[in-house]
Design a protein around this ligand. Sequence first.
Ligand SMILES: [Zn+2]
Length: 366
Amino acid sequence: MMLTNYEMNLPSYSIGDDIYKSVPSLCAPYGKNVLIIGGARALDASRKLICQSLLDSPLTVLDTILFGDDCTYANVERLRSLPAYQEADMVFSVGGGKCIDTCKCLCIPDDKPIFTFPTIASNCAACTSVSIMYNEDGTFLKPHFYLHPPLHAFIHTGVISKAPSRYMWAGIGDTYAKYYEATISSRDEQLEHFTALGVSLSHMCLDPLVLYAPQAYKDNKIQKTSYELEQTVLAIVVTTGIVSIFLTRDFTPDYNSGLAHAIFYALTSYPVIEEKHLHGEVVGFGVLIALLCDGQQKEFEKIYELNKKINLPVRLEDIEITKKQFDEIISRIPEMSDVRHYPYAITREMLESALTHLDEYTRSHI
Ligand SMILES: [Zn+2]
C-alpha cells in the first residue's frame, strides 16, 4: 500500500424548518458584510427569511445579486470583478446546484468565507468540495475540485418543501445510484481508509430513501415538511456530499460513478434527455439496467418498486427513448469514463440482455 499525506475537510451543516436562526452565531465570527448571491426563484423563496434572521445581529447585507445563467469560468470572473464582492466579508450562496457551484468556484480559491443555502434538494452541491463547470454553450466542461467544502450549509426544510417536487424526485435517483455505483466499483478491493469510509457510508444513500422517499415525495407535492422529507433531504444533500468527498481523493481510482451514469451520459446524445428529463431521473433508470447487468435481482426488484411508487422511470419509453435509439448508443456505454474503474468489462450483450429482462419484467408487473 502507498503511504500518503492528505487533508480531509468534511461538510458542516444544520437542518430544520427554522434553521436560519443559527445564521448569526455561525457566520458572525467571519466578519460583518454579507453579499447574497442567488438564483431569482431561490431568492424569492428565501431572501426575506435570511434577512429576518440577521435582524439584531452584527451582520449586514451589503448587496443581493443574481448569480447569472450558468456555472462557467467567465461568469465566475464577472462576479469576482464586482465591487460588492471585493468588499464583502463573506458570501451567502442561495439556490440550486449551478448557483452554489458558481459561488464555490468564486469564493473557495479566494479564501472568501462561503455559506450555502440550498433551496432545492436535487443534489449535494451545498456540501461538496467540487463544482461542475460548463462551457459557454452550456455543455459540460469538467469538475473543479477544492480542498474543502463551503464553511456551512443551512438546509431549511420549510423552503425546500415548497420547491417544485421534480427536483427532489430526481435527486432521489441520483442518490441511491451512489450506493450501487460505489459498492460495485470497489468490489473485492482492499480499500484505503477514506475510500472504505465512503463506500460504507454510501449505504446511507440508499436505506433511508427506500424507507422515506415515497412519503417525502408526497409531502413535497403538498409543500409539507415532515420527518420523512427531512430524512430524504439529508440523504440527498448531506450524505451524498460526504460520500463524494471520501470517494474523490484525486489519487484514487474513480469509485464515485458507474454504469448508471455511463448510461445517462451515453443517452445525452439525444437532446430529449437534457431538454425534457432530469439527470437523476435518467440515472435512476440506469440503476435498473446496472443491477441487472450485475446479477442483483433482489436489489433490482427493490429499486423497480421504489421507482414505480414515485413514478421514476422503469421503461425506456418513460424517458422518451426508443429501443432503436438505445441500440444506436449502446456501444458507447462501455467506453464512458464512468465505467473505467469497474470490476468487469461491460459488453453490448450484457446491456442487451439486461434491457430484454427489464422489458419482460415490466410487462409482467404492470
Ligand atoms: Zn449524478
